[in-house]
Design a protein around this ligand. Sequence first.
Ligand SMILES: O=C(O)CCC(=O)C(=O)O
Length: 364
Amino acid sequence: MKDVKPGFTGESHPEIFTVAPPQPKEKKPGQMSPEQVKEFFDDGFTHIENIFTDEELQPSIDALKRIVDELAQKLYKAGKIKNLHEDHGFESRLTMLEQEWEGAVLLAKKQGKMNKGFQDLWSNEKLLNAVEQLLGPDIAAGSIWQPRPKIPNHLETSVPMHQDSGYFDHDSYSALVITAWIPFVDTNKENGCMEFVVGGHRKGIVGRHKMRAGNAFYIEIDDKEIKETLGVDAQANKRIVEVKKGGVLLFSNMIPHRSLPNTSNMIRWSLDVRFQRPDRPFGFWGLKNGVTLRSSKDPLLEPDWDTYNAQDRFKNMKDYENERLEQKDAEGDEFDTTLTAPYFEKWEIEGTNRHVESYFGKKK
Ligand SMILES: O=C(O)CCC(=O)C(=O)O
């Protein structure tokens, strides 16, 4: 485990986030137009429509349904809920579980187990062909990935404005990390689609974030800091992007973004996975490393998912926290609904809540 240092360094690497690599000579399925590649480096993100078929998305949707079902069974067996809510489907069952037992969503989020559906989507040829245009021919899956159920009107799935590197370690400040944000339902302004501050990545600098207790375990960068440090007028440059099922958003670790509140009555399900060059550090304090998906030297390379999946970042983060607090416990509590990570030490914290108390010990 590397030391956790204060988040703001002032270092700036514009070229890493604004200059495209040489483009592949061959035409391949899934590749973006030159305009989309330019948009990624000029604006900080790009949207590809209809890259995935329903058949390619369905195994991940089935996996998400299984995760929710296993959670329901576990809560039921432990006597925490009285109803399995089996009459509710993909768009609402987890909301019902959360209503009956607050924290269900966080348990679903924290179950860091990979499945074949997610793996196949992450290493989908068309997606890798698009990512190759942004990263070059050597591509690794990054350390952080997350299925996201965004529940209607729910604080702990409302992600405020941030740059992804705010959550990562300092190595990520000088490495392009690309998120592929893949929705499993049509997303729009009502159900919590994504919003970006166009051009906020151009200075290649991580601004000052804050953790506000009112934002659960999320960090936030405000408009003033976006203006002063990233040099962009956030109000004038916010862009909402509605992505339909089958599409993907690609964005960098320097672009400020958030998801809008979900004011619909359905869950907005998505999966975010990350890509970077395999020769760059994986940017998460050594608590989880990535896996090479494509190698220019070895075109037949098969990703070593087993080694990747054997690293449970939630367990490793908890172990680190216990070590810091000199606690032995915690291994145990499978119903622990706190979510903590080393980035808590990077930024100023305003107020307190159960996540903050768990990380720093009750005394803070
Ligand atoms: O899916 C969301 O609501 C937020 C995702 C996000 O901010 C991210 O993947 O960095």
